[in-house]
Design a protein around this ligand. Structure first.
Ligand SMILES: [Zn+2]
Length: 123
């Protein structure tokens, strides 16, 4: 997925709203010393809208990225990976129970609940 950058219009509106100050620490900003930040990171589906745009001085932006976005992104990444590998089931579901990913149909066919794919045909 391509990064969704803020449009010029959004940026200028955000800059207007910030009124020359960092929207986090309220420090006065100088030209070239700020970033337009995605409040909800782009990688997590944050939209390039004015509501999701924050004007941050460089130290604030760096902190936010390091302290907030990266851990969230890494966690989301881990979750995606573990789900893909099927290791997110800490508690073992009952075999073919309601929480199990597999179910046995009346005719004995085993299907994957998530995808509906047939795992094994009629016994
Ligand atoms: Zn700041």
């Amino acid at each position: 997925m391509a990064r969704q950058e803020f449009s010029k219009r959004i940026k200028s509106k955000a800059a207007e709203r910030a009124n020359g100050h960092c929207e986090q620490c309220n420090k006065k900003l100088r030209v070239g010393e700020f970033h337009y930040d995605h409040i909800v990171p782009d990688g997590l589906g944050g939209e390039p809208t004015l509501e999701n745009c924050m004007v941050l001085c460089l130290p604030c932006h760096k902190d936010k990225t390091r302290l907030q976005d990266n851990p969230i992104m890494q966690r989301a990444d881990r979750q995606r990976k573990s789900i893909a590998q099927g290791v997110h089931t800490a508690r073992k579901p009952m075999p073919f129970g309601r929480k199990s990913n597999l179910k046995v149909k009346m005719d004995g066919t085993i299907v994957d609940r998530r995808t509906g794919a047939v795992i094994s045909g009629t016994r």
